[in-house]
Design a protein around this ligand. Structure first.
Ligand code: ADP
Length: 211
């Protein structure tokens, strides 16, 4: 994990909590000090220097994340260095579409635009009654919503939502029932249920907007 800003520390923390071994790198001694209690391995290095990266063994890692957003030059040089070190999977955060294009060109395997994506997600959530939404790729996503009254008391087979609205109920959690269960034709929707639904963004929006 290169760059211990808000994004980098959040990803590194989540990986550490899941039991992955993470080497975190930042040029700031202050940040290295701050995060060394929370993350297992934290080192101070300038990732624009390929020799510094080589020295800390960056080339031996299966995956690397370039979590430098606002320093364009450092983001580009770091990504190029990791590609030169032949790290098999390089993820990089970009601030703009143009930045993303450059990172892809110089060898990043996955480029994420967290601010743009989160903005789009919030935009989707603000309009219908979805309480969670992930766009898996442009125009198709998966969302979560409370069961609308008009569906209650009927089974999924009776409702035939795919045919009528173009959306698929993937999982259902009954009120007080604990966990989500795979949706089956005989699953009956009840008041207070939570639904996970997939479909085209447009269909999901229309369907949730009618709730
Ligand atoms: P965020 O928006 O997620 O907070 P920033 O882009 O502001 O991310 O932070 C990026 C981090 O990357 C900063 O902590 C900065 O010290 C670090 N960083 C920037 N350039 C380099 C570099 N050349 N080598 C190592 N770390 C760097």
């Amino acid at each position: 994990m290169i760059g211990l800003g808000r994004f980098g520390t959040s990803v590194a923390r989540t990986l550490t909590e899941q039991g992955w071994e993470v080497l975190a790198v930042d040029q700031s001694g202050e940040l290295v000090q701050k995060w060394s209690d929370v993350l297992t391995h934290v080192v101070q290095a300038d990732s624009t220097d390929v020799d510094a990266l080589r020295q800390i063994g960056a080339g031996d890692f299966e995956r690397a994340v370039v979590a430098i957003g606002s320093h364009l030059e450092a983001s580009i040089l770091t990504t190029a260095n990791l590609a030169d070190l032949e790290v098999p999977s390089v993820w990089a955060k970009a601030m703009t579409k143009q930045h993303a294009r450059i990172l892809e060109r110089i060898g990043a395997h996955h480029v994420v635009l967290p601010e743009r994506d989160m903005g789009a997600r919030i935009g989707r959530l603000l309009v219908g009654s979805l309480t969670d939404y992930y766009e898996l790729e442009s125009g198709f996503g998966i969302g979560r919503m409370g069961a609308p009254d008009r569906l209650c008391g009927k089974t999924l087979a009776e409702l035939s939502l795919r045919g009528r609205y173009g959306v698929t109920v993937v999982a259902v959690k009954h009120q007080g029932g604990g966990t989500f269960e795979d949706a089956r034709p005989e699953t009956r929707i009840e008041r207070g249920d939570q639904l996970v639904i997939s479909g085209s963004t447009e269909r999901l929006q229309q369907f949730s907007g009618r709730a």
